[in-house]
Design a protein around this ligand. Structure first.
Ligand SMILES: C[S@@+](CC[C@H](N)C(=O)[O-])C[C@H]1O[C@@H](n2cnc3c(N)ncnc32)[C@H](O)[C@@H]1O
Length: 205
């Protein structure tokens, strides 16, 4: 891992991900978190303060070691017990059907082998479990899509592996998830290539 990825990017991300538009969405996505919860792509722990009060423990994963270090002060300040794993979503060490709730906020864009990860999410989610997500991705407008595809190679470098052009509706459906709710919308502020959101609740189809 290079200097930019290890030292600079996590700090930039911690700032960028505190965008008020994102902070507003976090509690809405997490409102339905219950039972045994697994949050993938824990990042710098920004979701922690938005879980419902009823949540006492979560299991988290993120392969980036520096993210975990930045997250630690939020973990220490939280009443929630966090069991963190420094691993990627592509290979999870949990038994089949271990979790009632999966949480994924702005992370599917960054997982290199997103297909392998979605297979794992499907495997570790209980039969009647919920997959709570919000992701930025492929826009509805073809003109914006064109720019997303064009800019993606450069964006991936600056964003440490983040993709602009993933279609999360198709990705989840292709990996045997069905939607209880799916809302797509644009954030009001920001550049159009990065502000088209997919937010919802999916279950095993
Ligand atoms: C844009 S950040 C989002 C962080 C956090 N979920 C949030 O909402 O603030 C994307 C996160 O995905 C993580 N990530 C990258 N590759 C991953 C992988 N293979 N599996 C799981 N997470 C990964 C990154 O380390 C980073 O923390």
């Amino acid at each position: 891992m290079g200097f930019y990825s290890k030292r600079i990017f996590p700090r930039v991300l911690d700032f960028v991900m505190r965008d008020p538009q994102m902070s507003k969405e976090r509690p809405l996505v997490l409102a339905n978190a219950e039972g045994d919860i697994f949050e993938i792509g824990f990042g710098t722990g920004l979701n922690l303060r938005h879980y419902p009060e009823s949540v006492k423990k979560i299991t988290t994963a993120d392969p980036h070691p520096t993210m975990g270090k930045i997250a630690q002060r939020r973990v220490d300040a939280s009443p929630i017990d966090v069991e963190h794993h420094v691993i990627g979503g592509e290979k999870l060490p949990f038994e089949d059907e271990s979790f009632d709730t999966l949480v994924c906020t702005w992370t599917l864009c960054s997982i290199p082998d997103v297909e392998a990860a979605l297979k794992q999410f499907h495997r570790v989610l209980r039969k009647d479990g919920k997959f709570l997500f919000i992701e930025h991705g492929l826009a509805h407008d073809p003109k914006v899509q064109k720019w997303q595809h064009r800019v993606n190679p450069l964006w991936k470098k600056i964003g440490d592996g983040c993709n602009l052009n993933r279609n999360h509706r198709e990705l989840l459906q292709d990996h045997h998830f069905a939607f209880d709710e799916l809302d797509t919308f644009n954030f009001e502020k920001g550049i159009s290539i990065a502000t088209y959101m997919y937010k919802g609740i999916a279950r095993k189809a």
